[in-house]
Design a protein around this ligand. Structure first.
Ligand SMILES: [Zn+2]
Length: 234
């Protein structure tokens, strides 16, 4: 497998006026050689179909592998797969060691389902935060949040001045949301204690690709709750 920026071109149809435009689809992006592509990805302008006929801009999601050797990061983004297909793709990736040869031992290899997942994991890694811990923090907010309307989506953006900054979406739109940095430390301790118990085999196995999503965080939180309610085991 060739690990460098690559693309192909397709004819894509504007969903508004059905005009056809040539669109560049990025198959792989190496952030170290193409920082401008990283920037466009984070700004969500990477694969924008800008219609010259009606002026409408449409973001096109497609499979993309994101590489950042400087941050020890490889993420395969698969918006084209169903949850079941995503799981079998994960099994497949975990059996392809050639992809991870030559990588530093603490590299972060992830499979994600959407562009928003991809962007969030880039932010986390660049700020030296553990995405597993962030997913636990997010799930705790979703489960015990104080918001009056249900949170539909919660995305980590950055950590500044001992605060974690998120954006959240509910019925009324997108809003900024901040948590004290202590929330991260607490979740990191929880994860450490859970790893010590050996109850979740997937936590032992950090090498290779992982699918660290809300379901992953749910397995962690549920296992931790089970440990806490079984006296004498912690
Ligand atoms: Zn159009």
């Amino acid at each position: 497998m060739n690990l460098e920026t690559s693309f192909h071109q397709v004819l894509a149809q504007c969903p508004v006026c059905f005009n056809e435009e040539t669109l560049t689809i990025w198959d792989m992006i190496d952030a170290s050689t193409d920082p401008d592509l990283r920037e466009k990805l984070l700004r969500k302008t990477l694969q924008s179909l800008d219609c010259r006929n009606c002026g409408h801009a449409t973001l096109i999601a497609s499979p993309l592998t994101y590489l950042d050797p400087d941050h020890g990061l490889i993420i395969e983004c698969r918006p084209d797969l169903s949850p079941a297909e995503l799981k079998s793709r994960l099994d497949q990736l975990r059996q392809e060691p050639e992809l991870v040869e030559g990588l530093a031992g603490d590299s972060c290899l992830r499979l994600v389902a959407s562009m928003n997942d991809l962007i969030e994991k880039i932010h986390a890694r660049e700020q030296k935060l553990d995405d597993r811990v962030l997913e636990i923090v997010k799930l705790a907010v979703l489960r015990h949040g104080t918001a009056e309307t249900a949170i539909e989506e919660l995305r980590f953006v950055r950590a500044i001045a001992d605060e974690l900054h998120f954006v959240l979406r509910n019925n009324d739109g997108w809003f900024q949301y901040a948590l004290p940095g202590q929330a991260y430390d607490n979740a990191a301790q929880l994860l450490d204690r859970l790893i010590d118990t050996g109850l979740l085999p997937e936590l032992e196995d950090e090498a290779g690709f992982l699918l660290v999503d809300q379901a992953y965080a749910a397995r962690c939180l549920d296992a931790f709750t089970a440990v806490q309610t079984a006296p004498g085991e912690v």
